[in-house]
Write a protein that binds this ligand. Structure first.
Ligand SMILES: C[S@@+](CC[C@H](N)C(=O)[O-])C[C@H]1O[C@@H](n2cnc3c(N)ncnc32)[C@H](O)[C@@H]1O
Length: 458
């Protein structure tokens, strides 16, 4: 008889959070990947512990710059010289003491000491951690610089965004709008899901979720979206999730796909399909008839897409591993539509993925537009006359948005801008601004910040 392996007894939330935060630095992986792997490894982790891991990991990333400022001021050693475990034990404790009101300082400090010992860190490290955290708990902290004296540093530290980004936004948006954006990025976003209408509808799913113990309300703008009250179980444990009745997706991402106007029987290319989040929306619009060639050059994401598409009941999509800056195995002039979900700086989704602001550098920004332009040019060639191309990013930066589209139009006179508000539900139509750019912003709409434009071949 084959025995099913018994899952390991999970460690506590703080221990797992520390593994994830320190491991990301050592292994050069994202905390999100490591967190997903940890949750998979520990199916017995209780739902409250799971929620606490998420709160700790995302919270440390969201506030890392500010936490490090305080820690650097009370540490006898430069933070750069600290062992990753020591640094992340300090960050975790500082986050709990300074940002989470629900954890008493003493509990966080005790836990930090125990973690240091459990990891068999040398005595000197343990003593160092205790000394730093005692000063922290005593409130022995430097004041933040004042906005009047040094707005960039003041905003950077107060809101925990890198100075280069604050400087950039201040120069472009001015003080008030920059402050609003920085504050919006630090809000915990709502848990929104998109209903898979290939299998169900919002009202039926809401009733089903209620039976599974999850309260769901309708989204404001996206008719296929529901907003969930805090999940009481991990999504992968909910039968409705396992049956492919829904997926996590911000409302802006839900709305944007509709702009392509894809329909049944069409031949559609999706570039940057990733894990297939927008592929289902396309398949729904196409009533699961026709062909979606779902291209990505990231092997693991495409493997996940295969599993997701099967679970969601998407029959029309064919995943293809390929680099879309190069020529694709398709005849030019043959496609009805292309959705280009472009790789971008992702500065529009910092509230969901705070790690990005700590990873991205100012020099990285310049690497995106050339790739975006190359992908647009390749996609354009594949469209038939009258074919539609939807360009999407989840960034706030004009160099990757308006400027890429305008540069494309100036070199491709056979295309014109034709983003049509009628493809959006009425309450969302005002999201299209002249001359035809779809734009959402966390600070004005409470949505992730997306940009999109539709280009039609004459
Ligand atoms: C914005 S993400 C896609 C998100 C996905 N469409 C969704 O809705 O969940 C962009 C995707 O483009 C892919 N990508 C980046 N450069 C690429 C290239 N040169 N060729 C193909 N795919 C690429 C990335 O691997 C990533 O999955």
């Amino acid at each position: 008889m084959v025995k099913t392996p018994i899952p390991p007894i999970p460690p506590g939330a703080r221990t797992l959070a520390l593994d994830i935060l320190a491991g990301a630095r050592q292994k050069g992986r994202s905390v999100e990947d490591l967190m997903a792997a940890a949750f998979k490894r520990h199916p017995l982790l209780s739902r409250s512990e799971r929620a606490f891991v998420l709160e700790l990991v995302q919270g440390v990333k969201r506030w890392e710059l500010r936490l490090d400022y305080h820690l650097a001021a009370i540490s006898a050693l430069p933070l750069k010289k600290l062992h990753p475990l020591v640094l992340n034990i300090l960050r975790l404790a500082a986050f709990q003491v300074l940002m989470l009101n629900k954890v008493p300082a003493r509990a966080a400090l005790n836990e930090a000491g125990q973690q240091a010992k459990a990891r068999r860190l040398p005595k000197a490290h343990v003593g160092f951690i205790n000394a730093v955290l005692r000063r922290l708990a005593a409130g022995d902290l430097p004041a933040l610089p004042s906005l009047k004296d040094d707005p960039v540093t003041a905003l950077s530290l107060a809101t925990s965004h890198p100075a280069w980004l604050v400087r950039r936004w201040l120069a472009r948006l001015g003080l008030e709008s920059t402050q609003a954006r920085l504050a919006a990025n630090n809000q915990i976003p709502p848990l929104t899901i998109r209903v898979n209408t290939l299998k169900t509808d919002p009202a039926t799913l809401a009733a089903r979720l209620a039976r599974e113990g999850v309260e769901a309300t309708y989204c404001r703008l996206s008719p296929g979206g529901l907003s969930l009250a805090a999940l009481k179980a991990s999504p992968v444990q909910l039968p409705s999730y396992r049956e492919g009745l829904w997926l996590f997706q911000d409302e802006a991402a839900q709305l944007v796909t509709g702009l392509l106007g894809a329909g049944p029987g069409q031949r559609v290319l999706e570039i940057g399909a990733g894990r297939g989040g927008k592929t289902t929306a396309l398949a729904e619009a196409m009533a699961n008839q026709g062909l979606i060639l779902a291209v990505d050059y990231h092997r693991r994401r495409l493997q996940e897409a295969r599993l997701n598409l099967k679970r969601w009941g998407v029959a029309v999509a064919q995943p293809l591993l390929a680099d879309a800056t190069q020529s694709l195995p398709l005849k030019s002039g043959t496609l009805d539509a292309v959705l280009l979900d472009a790789p971008c700086s992702s500065l529009g989704i910092l509230r969901r993925h705070p790690e990005i602001k700590m990873r991205l550098t100012e020099t990285d920004l310049a690497t995106f537009p050339p790739r975006q332009r190359a992908m647009l040019a390749r996609a354009a060639d594949l469209l038939r006359p009258g074919g539609r191309l939807l360009y999407i990013t989840c960034t706030t930066e004009p160099e990757e948005n308006e400027e890429v589209v305008n540069a494309f139009l100036s070199t491709h006179p056979e295309f014109h801008l034709a983003t049509d508000p009628n493809f959006l539900p009425p309450p969302a139509r005002s999201l299209i601004q002249p001359p035809g750019f779809f734009k959402t912003a966390a600070e004005t709409h409470g949505l992730d910040s997306f940009f999109a434009a539709v280009l039609v071949k004459k």
